[in-house]
Design a protein around this ligand. Sequence first.
Ligand SMILES: [Cu+2]
Length: 329
Amino acid sequence: MKRTMVVMFLVAVSTASFAVARAQEPMGDMSHMHHMAMPKATGVHLDVATDETQHVFTLRLGPLNLRAHAGMDVAQAPKLDWTVPLDGWFVAYRPALVDASGNALPGRLLHHVAVYDQSRRNYLCPNQPEHIFGAGGEMTHWPATPGLGYRVREGDKILVATMFHNDEAVSYPQTYLEIRIQYQPVEPGGPQLIAVRPVWFDVMGCGESAYDLKPGRNVTTGNFTLASNGKLIGVGGHMHDYGRELVLEDATRNQKIATLDAKLDPDGRLISIPIALFAQTGGLELSKGDDIRVTAVYDNPTGKYLQDGAMGIAVGYLIPEGEGESAAP
Ligand SMILES: [Cu+2]
């Protein structure tokens, strides 16, 4: 039973490409464009519909007016929040872009979305809110995994931070981001899920995620100290173009956890990053106090200095000891 659950989870992890960005400060703006003053859109709302039969919250954020050839220079949505109405677990996330009539729009109009639970401390960066989901233009979704979920409480404040862009020759005057969050409520006699925490091992530590690339080879390292024992279920990664590999290791044990070799096209553009899975053991055991080191290697062939060109994040799911059972903190 347990084995099955873990395997199911790993399938889920490998489906998600973890194309995410993360906050660099408590209410963090996403960092790709932090040098620019971003104009703010007005009249953008976050509405949430609840399907109590199917157990789905549908978050709908918009409208955004994305004019043709705007690039990043579009009026961006403010950060918007929503209060979780029940005790339960979030078990899956699926983003989509639609117009006012609900027709699908190209996902690449989304630069990224980051969803936070402001009522929980980030597991690795306790001065930041918990970052529970992220996606970029590839619109990756994180599917459900039987037996595992992210624990939420009634009253938890969920924050949604987005950045849109439009490089196309077509304007999209009414763009909405929808995120379907599948949930499992806590109910008498209902399933009790094991609580997982997303862990974002960022080479920039708990600061801004984006950093500059000099021409040629760039090796960047970040370190995290684990606050508890835990089991790492799987780890994926997020890099940008010219990324070569992400390495995650337990420096205390001098043990490699994962080496994720980026797949690039002939021009060095990122296609994908593999997932490392720890199915055989039911999760990789990590110990409180372990120094976890993440290293990102880039090879910048452009001959140019690329400002904010890189990110290096290994994104895992961790079952912290003492939190894994139904009684989440
Ligand atoms: Cu990024």
